[in-house]
Design a protein around this ligand. Structure first.
Ligand SMILES: NC(=O)C1=CN([C@@H]2O[C@H](COP(=O)(O)OP(=O)(O)OC[C@H]3O[C@@H](n4cnc5c(N)ncnc54)[C@H](O)[C@@H]3O)[C@@H](O)[C@H]2O)[C@@H](O)CC1
Ligand SMILES: [K+]
Length: 495
């Protein structure tokens, strides 16, 4: 099952792997043509009713694969308003090949130009995953006509929907009510959906035959993180302060730089506000690093259970707490972390020494744990040389402990016990101290707005990509602060 958002991410990752969307559209069109062949013999009349998005584009391609049929491609609207370059290119290819392709600008006023009445097969390619809200005109009226053509005894056409029946939400199966209160969508006999089943098609409870067509998206596009994973970070132009999250970093003690690295990385990864809670002994230093941080010192040189009231107050109302950078492994510190997690039910990223308390703690919190392989073993987790084997075992371990894991390595393994992602960005220059703190901070920031698995995947991708950008520019010899400066570039969705 794949949601529309995830499909868009995987599709962009495929493009980055050298399989551009136009190629996927070609396979999608071919799959539609195959479906037509299963329901009608060559020579049959096939009307393809197309919208101006990529759903329509798929049908333009299909027409080329049906040269032995009597095909009529009908575009709803003006060709100049076709929304994507690849759909437009495929439309132009129809005219160049002298295939019967016509724009019907006002199909409501000119229903005969759609040629539905005498069609043996009607392909519904008006709208796919791009639909939002109730069908507008002219699609609304045309959807009703397509449904009529399928049920009328005079024509009795077979209706094949491309990806999802137009009007149906691919994620929920819902059909939004129009201004007249009516829920209008195409009633299809068959549905050809691409790459993976859409959750909405299950919910729809239709009698239609659903075919899932493989359109050549490499498995790697879903398994490996890529630029498509960043799409979820796109910002709403109407955003308000705080919409992108508030992070609390709890760290510092024996190590003084770590909490600052994590906190600055969280800011650069997009959090609106970052607070640091650390021992007074390091508070001045943390504040000295950045005037953009809000620093709260607690008495002493390490975190202890006595500080928990203060930490709980600070954590309340924050979106994510990042626990660990520089805390050390003194007994009182670990006991404080454990007690905090025992009655915390929010989201937290746990890194470094704090990781060792995770396997045994009873908590309602949603945790993303970011161990390297040594720390994972210390948590009682698996080890394996081969990354594929390691990935599978880490997945089992995550299911066992009930938290999301991001296990750092040349190939980072990210899993919530169910889904699995692997991140390949990063380079050997990043073995330097502090890069893990940067990663924890970045994951913390992204976890304010994304679900844990996705936050870990994006954090790993961005951290590694930042490291790659530094090394591309200057070679090895990077330091952790170099990464922080490159994070904004590494999470750009338009790069
Ligand atoms: N990886 C992928 O995601 C692939 C997608 N493909 C096709 O691309 C489709 C998605 O294409 P698009 O994103 O261009 O979207 P659509 O073609 O589904 O919709 C396009 C446009 O319809 C308009 N629209 C939205 N809601 C409407 C409503 N209620 N009434 C009237 N018009 C409305 C919007 O302006 C939107 O931009 C998929 O369903 C599939 O058919 C294929 O080409 C293969 C690969
Ligand atoms: K459709």
């Amino acid at each position: 099952m794949i949601t529309a958002d995830r499909m868009a991410a995987v599709d962009a990752n495929a493009a980055a792997l050298g399989v551009p969307r136009k190629q996927l559209m070609e396979s999608a069109g071919n799959a539609i043509a195959r479906e037509v062949r299963t329901v009608a013999d060559p020579g049959a009349t096939v009307t393809l009713v197309c919208g101006r998005g990529n759903n329509g584009g798929d049908a333009f391609v299909a027409a080329r694969f049906l040269s032995d049929y009597d095909v009529r491609v009908r575009l709803l609207g003006r060709p100049e308003t076709i929304r994507t370059t690849i759909a437009k290119e495929n439309w132009d290819a129809l005219a160049a090949a002298e295939i019967d392709a016509e724009a019907v600008v006002d199909p409501v006023a000119e229903p005969n130009r759609l040629t539905l009445a005498n069609a043996d097969v009607v392909v519904d390619a008006m709208l796919g995953t791009g639909v939002s809200g109730p069908l507008r005109e002219p699609e609304r009226t045309v959807a009703k006509r397509i449904t009529e053509a399928a049920s009328s005894t005079a024509s009795d056409a077979t209706v094949i929907a491309v990806d999802v029946p137009s009007g149906v939400d691919a994620d929920t199966g819902e059909v939004a009510a129009g201004p007249d209160g009516e829920h209008v969508a195409v009633a299809a006999d068959r549905i050809v959906t691409f790459h993976d089943a859409k959750p909405g098609l299950e919910e729809l409870r239709t009698d239609a035959t659903v075919t899932v067509a493989d359109i050549g998206i490499p498995t790697a596009a879903a398994l490996f993180t890529g630029p498509g994973d960043l799409l979820g970070l796109d910002r709403d132009p109407e955003s308000h302060k705080g919409d992108h999250g508030e992070v609390l970093v709890v760290g510092g003690g024996p190590y003084t730089g770590a909490p600052t690295l994590a906190a600055r990385a969280a800011l650069r990864a997009g959090a609106d506000l970052v607070r640091v809670a650390c021992p007074e002994s390091v508070a001045r230093e943390v504040q000295g690093f950045s005037e953009n941080l809000i620093v709260h010192g607690f008495p002493g040189a390490i975190l202890e259970p006595d500080h928990l009231d203060r930490i709980r107050d600070l954590a309340a109302g924050r979106d994510v707490v990042v626990f660990g950078p520089g805390l050390g492994d003194a007994e009182p510190t670990l006991s404080a972390v454990e007690r905090f997690l025992e009655d915390y039910d929010g989201r937290a990223v746990v890194d470094a020494d704090a990781l060792q308390v995770v396997p045994d703690v009873e908590t309602e919190a949603t945790l993303v744990c970011t161990p390297h392989q040594g720390e994972l073993r210390a948590m009682g987790g698996p080890s394996a040389e081969n990354w594929r084997e390691r990935a599978e075992r880490v997945r089992e371990f995550a299911a066992e402990i009930g938290h999301t894991l991001l296990v750092k390595g040349a190939y980072d393994v990210i899993t919530d016990g169910e889904d699995l992602r692997v991140n390949r960005t990063g380079n050997p220059g990043m073995t330097v101290g502090g890069t893990g703190d940067v990663l924890a901070g970045a994951v913390g920031a992204v976890a304010c707005t994304q679900r844990p698995l996705q936050a870990a995947a994006i954090g790993a991708y961005a951290n590694g990509r930042a490291g790659d950008l530094v090394v591309e520019e200057r070679g090895y010899g990077l330091v952790a602060t170099d990464l922080i400066d490159r994070i904004p570039e590494a999470v750009r969705t338009d790069a």
